[in-house]
Every structure is written in C-alpha cells, then in structure tokens.
Ligand binder design. Structure first.
Ligand SMILES: [Zn+2]
Length: 222
C-alpha cells in the first residue's frame, strides 16, 4: 500500500531522481515510478512530459509517437493521458501487492486491464528473423486512448505466463519497489544493490559486530 499522510514529492525536477528500470517487467517498472527518496514518497511522474519520457524510455512509445503526443495533442489530451496512466499504475500496484501477499487479483483490476486493451484493436502477426519466430501485435490506425494498451498487455503477459512467485517487493521494508526475480537461484532480495542492498548489508554487518562485541564483554559474577 502506498503510504499516505506524509509529504509527497512530485516530479523528477524536485527530486533529481532518474527513472529506475530494475523491475525486469514493464508493468513493475511502471509501479516503480513511485518510490521513497530520502524518506519521502516521491512520484517521478510530475506531469505529462515526464510520463511521455517514461513511455519512451520503457520502449512503449517510439520517439516519433512521443513527438506526435507533444506537438499534435492538446494540453487537455496530454493531461488525460497522464491521468489514465496514474490510475492504471494504482491498479498495477494493487495487483503486485496481491501477488506478493498470495491474494487473488480483484475483478476490478481485470476489468481495468481489459478496458485498456479494448482501446487498441489490432491483430497478431508472425514474423521470422535471425532464426526465430516472433509474435508482433499490429494495431489498426493509432487511437489516442490506445496508447497505454501495451502496459495492460504487459500485465496480461505477467499474469498468464509469468511465474508469480518471482514477483517480489524489495526486502527493505522502507522501500516500495517491485521486481521480477530473474536471477538463477531466485535469491534476489533488493530492488538494487545501490539503493537498498548495500545499505541493508552494512546495517546487518553493523548489528552482527555489535552483537559480537557484547558477547566478548566479561561476564559479571553474581
Ligand atoms: Zn529497495
């Protein structure tokens, strides 16, 4: 659950925080556009420009599509896109929380996913290149509100073909980032070593040292 009642920093400008792609899955990376920075819940999507930037970095939009959004869409349409995105991010967070808690996904989440994919009618195409087959979705003429369908499709992909036991929340209880554990032994605990892993390891090492120091103290005779 996203913590409420504390200061929410909005936008990357204020936080100087770059987008993170540590989730190994675009729908988890999308959830991770909300994170804790210096103890504050921070939303990296401070405006529609941030959102379009994220969609390009996540390879959901091409640079040309992003330019079209910036130049051809009205301000209201861009704001609606952001609104729709943020609403869907909430749905994805709920899904991830339930997966981790081994609880069933809600019917309203399934409905939200289907509503997004319904806005991008198209057909599946098969292609063959460099010795392998590839499935590609070919949308009919681009529809403005179908832009977020790939995120909904990523959620379908995760739920249908992913190993849900590998969807994990960072082991640092103060962190709200999620990831899909693709390590060989499935032993990944942290969103990233830089953000949480090293810090938690240093803390554990310090606790161990403290304990050892205490054990070494001469016992008091009664
Ligand atoms: Zn973390």
């Amino acid at each position: 659950m996203v913590m409420t009642g504390e200061a929410i920093t909005v936008g990357r400008e204020q936080s100087k925080q770059r987008f993170l792609f540590v989730g190994n899955h675009s729908c988890l990376d999308f959830i991770n556009t909300q994170m804790i920075v210096r103890g504050n819940l921070t939303d990296l999507l401070g405006g529609h420009a941030d959102f379009v930037d994220w969609l390009v970095r996540a390879k959901i939009l091409s640079q040309a599509q992003a330019s079209a959004v910036s130049t051809e869409w009205s301000r209201k349409e861009r704001e609606q896109l952001l609104e729709q995105g943020i609403l869907f991010r909430k749905t994805l967070r709920d899904i991830a929380e339930r997966i981790v808690a081994r609880r069933p996904i809600s019917a309203s989440s399934i409905k939200s996913i289907n509503q997004l994919t319904a806005r991008r009618p198209g057909y599946t195409q098969l292609s063959y290149a460099e010795g392998r087959f590839e499935r590609r979705f070919q949308p009919y003429a681009a529809q403005k509100d179908g832009l977020l369908a790939p995120l909904a499709e990523a959620a379908i992909d995760l739920l249908c073909t992913g190993d849900l036991s590998l969807v994990k929340k960072c082991g640092n209880t103060a962190c709200i980032l999620y990831f899909y554990d693709t390590t060989k032994n499935h032993a990944r605990n942290w969103c990233s070593m830089r953000l949480c892993g090293n810090r938690m390891k240093v803390a554990a090492h310090y606790r161990k040292k403290q304990r050892k120091a205490k054990e070494k103290l001469p016992r008091r005779r009664n």
